[in-house]
Design a protein. Structure first.
Length: 136
């Protein structure tokens, strides 16, 4: 879909084909957080990521998947992650940087949360944040 214009990408990335269940052109919104498993092995395979499919509303959600694919395409990225809040986005970013011992940092910190969180070891990994000097 890289040959399409920005406006077309907004509408179609992530759902190049119509919805197979309803033939809907627009992305269907499934208002559920729970999915049925055929048996315990089916559930184990889904949660073990051995079998692709929905397992829980926040982990796999077809509507969110389409949004993430569209954002990635519109921004020229390989993937995107949609989160429920800015606080979650900051947490994911800090933990990812701390876990990889990243040496890069933002040129300008735009939130107070970032300035107060950076000097603290990451509780989930125990690793130290990267050393850096903020610029203005």
């Amino acid at each position: 879909m890289s040959d399409y214009k920005f406006e077309t990408l907004q509408l179609h990335v992530g759902q190049e084909q119509a919805d197979p269940a309803s033939d809907a052109r627009a992305v269907p919104i499934y208002q559920t957080t729970s999915y049925v498993f055929h048996n315990s092995q089916h559930a184990a395979d889904r949660f073990g990521l051995a079998d692709a499919g929905n397992i829980y509303g926040r982990l796999t959600n077809s509507t969110q998947d389409v949004l993430e694919k569209r954002v990635a395409a519109l921004e020229g990225g390989s993937a995107a992650l949609a989160l429920a809040s800015g606080a979650a986005a900051i947490t994911y970013t800090i933990e990812a940087l701390a876990a990889t011992a990243a040496t890069s940092s933002p040129r300008r910190l735009s939130t107070a949360a970032a300035t107060t969180c950076w000097p603290t070891p990451c509780p989930s990994t125990g690793s130290q944040p990267p050393s850096w000097t903020p610029t203005t």
